[in-house]
Ligand binder design. Structure first.
Ligand code: UDP
Length: 239
C-alpha cells in the first residue's frame, strides 16, 4: 500500500505549555513531553516540514502575575522565559529519539537558542530540521498564539495546527455546558463575534486577514497530529 499523502507540506504546530503538564498541576512532565515528541517524529517521517510554537502556561502566565500585582511587562517577561524552558525540554525529547531540531527564540539567549532569522529558519525546514519557536514574539502583551500566527505566515505554513484539551471548537465550554455544539468548520468572523475561545482575537484577525486556516484538535488522543496532517477532518477548521 502506498504511504498516506499528507495534506500539507509545512505546518506550524501550536503547543500550549499545558500540553506538557501530563497529570501534574505545574511544570513539565517529561514522559508526556517524550510522548508528544514521538508523535511529532511520526508526522515528520511522512515528509512534512514542522515548526512548533511552544507556550508557557504550565509554568507562568503574564496575566496571572499581573493580577497578583507584578508589573505586566515584568510578568510577561517571566512568561517568555517559561516558554524557553519548555522549548529546551521539547528539543531534548525530540533529539533523544533522533529528530534533528533547531530551537529559535524571539528573545536573544544565544547560549541556548538561535535568533529568529527567517531565511535561516526556512533553510532548516528544507533540510528536515524541526523548528521549535520559543519566547513568542519577544514582546509583552502578546501571546504565543499570536506569535504562532505571525511565524506561520512568515514561513508560509499551510495551516496552524492548534493542539488543545478539547476535540474542536464548541458553541460553549463543553466541560461546563452539556448542550454545547461542536463545529466541523467555522469562519474566523464567527469566532470573533461569538468570542469563542480558540485563540486570542489578535491571532484570529491575523489569520483572517491572510486566509491562514487554523485546525483546532485534541492532543489527548494519540495519533491526532498525524490525523490532522493527513487531512482526516478531525477537530474544527477555522477558515
Ligand atoms: N508572552 C509574551 N509575549 C509573547 C508570547 C508570550 O509576553 O509574544 C508571555 C505572556 O506572559 C504569556 C506567557 O508568555 O502569558 C506564556 O505564553 P502563553 O500564555 O501564550 O502560553 P500557552 O497558553 O500557550 O501555554
Amino acid at each position: 500500500m502506498p504511504a498516506p499523502k499528507p495534506a500539507y507540506d509545512r505546518v506550524l504546530l501550536k503547543l500550549s505549555g499545558e500540553s506538557l503538564l501530563g497529570r501534574q498541576a505545574f511544570g513539565i512532565d517529561f514522559r508526556t513531553t517524550q510522548a508528544i515528541a514521538q508523535e511529532i517524529k511520526e508526522v515528520h517521517g511522512l515528509g512534512v516540514q514542522i515548526a512548533i510554537m511552544i507556550g508557557g502556561g504550565n509554568i507562568f502566565r503574564g496575566v496571572r502575575g499581573a493580577a497578583e500585582g507584578v508589573e505586566r511587562v515584568s510578568a510577561d517577561q517571566m512568561g517568555l522565559l517559561a516558554t524557553i524552558m519548555n522549548g529546551i525540554a521539547l528539543q531534548e525529547a525530540l533529539e533523544k529519539i533522533g529528530v534533528m531540531t533547531r530551537h529559535v527564540s524571539a528573545l536573544e539567549i544565544r547560549a541556548i537558542a538561535e535568533p529568529f532569522i527567517r531565511r535561516r529558519v526556512l533553510r532548516h525546514l528544507e533540510k528536515g530540521r524541526v523548528i521549535i519557536f520559543s519566547a513568542g514574539l519577544g514582546s509583552p502583551y502578546f501571546t504565543t498564539d499570536t506569535a504562532a500566527a505571525l511565524r506561520a505566515l512568515e514561513i508560509k505554513a499551510g495551516a496552524i495546527l492548534k493542539a488543545t484539551k478539547v476535540d474542536g471548537v464548541y458553541s460553549a465550554d463543553p466541560l461546563k455546558d452539556p448542550k454545547a455544539k461542536r463545529f466541523n468548520r467555522i469562519r474566523y468572523i464567527e469566532v470573533l463575534k461569538r468570542g469563542l475561545e480558540v485563540m486570542d482575537a489578535t491571532a484570529i484577525s491575523l489569520c483572517k486577514d491572510n486566509k491562514l486556516p487554523i485546525i483546532v484538535f485534541s492532543l489527548k488522543k494519540r495519533g491526532n497530529i498525524q490525523r490532522v496532517v493527513l487531512g482526516e477532518g478531525i477537530g474544527t477548521t477555522v477558515y
